[in-house]
Structures are given as structure tokens and as C-alpha cells.
Design a protein around this ligand. Structure first.
Ligand code: SAM
Length: 240
């Protein structure tokens, strides 16, 4: 193990996430693919190993510190980009059935390659806009947990993500600095979309010490048929 892997394994273990040698190897392969493909396409601004493990891998897994992942089966990751948070979560919790949605086909192609190289089963990479995919019966009101990290402000993001969540499931928005203003602005979209913000967890990244917030939103009832609106509208004209 190199020094990055040593702290990574230890800090995750302190939070009850055990990483086997195979899983550590999967993180290493994912890191290598990320750096290799990043030379051909824009996947991430962060490529130094230590930083990727902290700001992408560890950060993605923090979601699991606040929920019992063995109770979760189907996860959708909206606007996953280079695979965050869903790929690190899938490595740590291989039982998850993961659907990744992104509107940029190049990133979906990268993720399909990652899925193949890491030998994952039950990971579907879907190219399209969340507004369109969230209307398809296979994906609507279907997932236990829906995640989105660094995609958009909550008022618009609710409309992109909540249609995917099953009634009784949760939408988890992963944010950086204090989201108080955003959560206040998102009140109307939550009630329109039959959802309720139940908790905002705060944590700091272990070395960089920057703030992270994990917003937990419960879906109380099926999404009304009129949502999401036409592609583009949820972020351009959020429900406020
Ligand atoms: N979640 C990743 C992360 O934390 O690194 C990526 C964040 S990146 C800033 C936002 C991603 O959302 C991009 O890959 C973009 O293509 C995708 N995206 C933006 N709007 C979208 C939409 N309406 N439907 C699906 N994906 C979308």
C-alpha cells in the first residue's frame, strides 16, 4: 500500500467502511483510467493522486457515513460526470444496482469503459438529460436513493432528481459550502415535488478541511405528472 492508500483505508474503516485488497485495486484502476482519459477529454481538474483520493473518492463515500447502505438496493446518480459519487460507492458497496445518468455522451463512454475494466455488474450508464430519462417508466419513481454531487442549485436540482426517487426513498444532494441560502430558495420546489428536506449533515474533508454538506430529502409521494418540465427549464427557470 502507498501512503495515500494507507490513510484512505484507515479513515474509511473508522467510519465503518471496510476496504478489501480487491476494492483498493479497483480504486487504483479507476484512478489510472481517470488520469489517462482526462488527457483526451475534460473529466476532472484534479489529477494528483492524493487529491483525487481525498476530494473525489473519499468525498463520494461520505454519503455512506449517514445511512445504512445495506438497506439500499437501487441507486441513481444524476449528472455523474466522471463517476462521482456513484463509482466509489459501487466499489465500496458492490451489492448496489446503479444507474448513472449524464447528458454528455463522452463521459458516459468513459464510465462504460470503467464499468467494464472494473468488472462491475448491475451498473447501467445512460446518456441523456435527466428531464427526459426521468419520464421513462423504467426510471420514474424507481430508486431507493438518488444522488447528485456538484450539479446545480437545489431549487432546479430537485426537479431533475426527485422524479427518479421511489415514494419513501431519498434524494441526497452533495454540496460544498453552507447551503442554507439554497435550501431556503428550494422550499417551493420541494412542496411542488412532494418532498421534504429532513436533514443537512456537515463534515470536513480530512486534510484539506473544506466544508461539505449532505442534504437529505425524503420523497413523500409520487412526482406529479407535469414534472419534470421540458429539458432545460428546470435549471433555467427553477420553481421558486
Ligand atoms: N457529479 C460529478 C462530480 O461531482 O464530479 C460531476 C459534476 S459536473 C459539474 C455536472 C455534470 O452534470 C456534467 O457531467 C454534466 O454533463 C451533467 N449534467 C448537467 N445537466 C444535466 C442534465 N440536465 N441531465 C443530465 N446530466 C446533466
Amino acid at each position: 500500500m502507498n501512503s495515500t492508500e494507507t490513510w484512505f483505508v484507515q479513515l474509511l474503516e473508522e467510519h465503518g467502511v471496510a476496504i478489501s485488497p480487491l476494492q483498493l485495486q479497483q480504486f487504483q484502476s479507476y484512478y489510472a483510467l481517470l488520469v489517462e482519459w482526462n488527457e483526451k477529454m475534460n473529466l476532472t481538474g484534479i489529477t494528483e493522486r492524493e487529491a483525487v483520493y481525498e476530494k473525489h473518492f473519499y468525498d463520494s463515500v461520505t454519503l455512506s457515513f449517514f445511512m445504512n447502505m445495506s438497506d439500499v438496493s437501487a441507486v441513481a446518480d444524476i449528472g455523474s460526470g466522471a463517476g462521482f459519487p456513484s463509482i466509489p460507492l459501487k466499489i465500496c458497496f458492490p451489492h448496489l444496482r446503479v444507474t448513472i445518468v449524464d447528458s454528455l455522451n463522452k463521459r458516459i463512454q468513459f464510465l462504460e469503459h470503467v464499468v467494464q475494466e472494473l468488472g462491475f455488474q448491475h451498473v447501467a450508464c445512460v446518456h441523456g438529460r435527466a428531464e427526459d430519462i426521468g419520464r421513462l417508466p423504467a426510471h420514474r419513481d424507481a430508486y431507493d436513493v438518488v444522488t447528485a454531487r456538484a450539479v446545480a442549485r437545489l431549487s432546479g436540482l430537485n426537479e431533475l432528481c426527485l422524479p427518479f426517487v421511489r415514494k419513501g426513498g431519498v434524494f441526497i444532494a452533495m454540496k460544498g459550502s453552507d447551503p442554507a441560502e439554497e435550501t431556503a430558495e428550494a422550499k417551493r420546489s420541494l412542496s411542488e415535488l412532494r418532498a421534504k428536506l429532513t436533514k443537512v449533515h456537515h463534515l470536513k474533508l480530512p486534510f484539506e478541511q473544506s466544508d461539505r454538506h449532505i442534504i437529505v430529502i425524503d420523497k413523500l409521494a409520487d412526482t406529479p405528472a407535469k414534472y419534470p418540465r421540458k429539458a432545460g427549464l428546470p435549471l433555467k427557470q427553477p420553481i421558486v
